[in-house]
Ligand binder design. Structure first.
Ligand code: ADP
Length: 371
């Protein structure tokens, strides 16, 4: 099979007119770097929020044209909006045409985010998802932490997703503990995603969301990449999120980072559902005493100071770590533990915030075919 080069792709793209009569999409500077992996071609088209709707048609046409190049199995083209941060008093920043989740059958998308790595964001995302499931909800998990996808490990999932149709255009999500899971970690070797630039990340994530044959779900939990850089901002901006949960440790530094996380979501008008304080305290298994290793209560105070709900504190616990790291998350495998009760409490508040208090009783939904 012929090997495709970025130049092959560019020469096809040069035949596609840019909007507003500005020459072709390449000369108008709309095309990002082109990444090619095997027969998969990935790149992004730059758009502005006002034009997301019209650009969607162009995106489809571009994807189709690239798919027609001999040797291309799959084209992944994402729209990225590059714009200055909003000024005070500006109208809402959500791109138009993105009401609803944009993912068929998924009612709410929520992000689990943190200002920095290592605070237990992924552990919280997984246990929150399982706790939402335990409330009787249908739940999916998308691992958007492309720089360090740990969701496969936390769920104890290995192998590759199967194609869901003969043409191989869509993938089936993996399922574990009754939750559907998709991660870039299933698709590329661990060190590949690390080198992706912003547009590549968006392109890959758009595909994971759109090209996965998700079942209906009440809520999809998205494990965000840690931090508040451009990639995170674009993701928060381009994914129609119903809200975000911020995970922080009680350490001051992490709290400063958590504040950055809050500001990031505020900038793009995604409601912050609340803060979870992870590794909050440690109860000694021998003496039963509570040790507040990192100080304690910082996140609660910070949450009340800035007017964001405080969703709860999860103690530091060896069992949580061991179970997380061996793919047996505590909520799924120790349903009667203190930790499970705490995560369920967080889950109840999250669901209440999404559905205005209709706990564990999702309203009947009308799902229109093809929507
Ligand atoms: P992040 O996604 O923020 O990088 P992880 O969820 O991968 O963080 O957690 C980092 C490490 O901390 C993992 O080894 C995880 O098992 C451990 N961990 C997370 N939360 C807790 C907790 N409450 N008690 C003990 N260990 C934890």
């Amino acid at each position: 099979m012929a090997t495709v080069t970025p130049d092959d792709v560019l020469s096809v793209l040069k035949r596609i007119a840019a909007p507003d009569g500005r020459g072709n999409v390449v000369s108008a500077g709309l095309v990002s770097d082109i990444a090619i992996q095997g027969g998969t071609v990935m790149f992004a088209l730059t758009t502005s929020p006002q034009h997301v709707k019209t650009m969607e048609a162009l995106r489809g046409a571009v994807e189709k044209a690239v798919q027609g190049i001999p040797g291309v199995d799959k084209a992944m083209v994402a729209l990225t909006a590059e714009r200055a941060p909003p000024q005070p008093g500006q109208p809402p920043q959500q791109p138009q045409g993105q009401r609803g989740t944009g993912v068929p059958g998924i009612k709410h998308l929520i992000a689990v985010a943190s200002g920095k790595g290592g605070v237990g964001k992924s552990t919280t995302a997984v246990n929150l998802a399982l706790a939402l499931k335990s409330l009787g909800l249908k739940v999916a998990v998308l691992d958007a932490d492309v720089y360090g996808p740990s969701i496969p490990k936390l769920f104890g999932l290995t192998g590759k997703p199967e194609p869901s149709d003969a043409a191989g255009k869509k993938m089936k999500p993996m399922t574990r503990y009754g939750v559907e899971v998709m991660s870039i970690g299933f698709l590329v070797p661990e060190d590949t995603a690390m080198i992706w630039r912003g547009p590549m990340v968006m392109s890959a994530l758009t595909q994971l969301l759109r090209d996965t044959e998700w079942s209906e779900a009440d809520v999809m939990v998205i494990d965000m990449p840690p931090g508040t850089g451009d990639v995170q901002l674009t993701l928060a901006q381009q994914t129609p999120l119903a809200g975000a949960v911020i995970v922080s440790t009680p350490q001051d530094l992490a709290l400063i980072d958590a504040r950055k996380g809050l500001n990031m979501f505020r900038k793009v008008n995604v409601p912050v559902i609340g803060i979870v304080e992870n590794m909050s305290y440690f109860t000694c298994t021998k003496c039963g005493e509570r040790h507040e290793i990192f100080g304690h209560g910082g996140a609660r105070e910070e949450a009340s100071r800035i007017g964001v709900p405080f969703l709860g504190e999860i103690p530091l616990d060896k069992e949580v770590r061991l179970r997380s790291d061996s793919g047996e998350p505590v909520v799924a495998t120790q349903p009667d533990s203190l930790h499970t009760a705490l995560y369920r409490d967080v889950a109840r508040q999250v669901w209440a915030s999404l559905e205005g208090g209709q706990l564990a009783r999702p309203a009947p939904r009308i799902v229109v075919d093809g929507q």
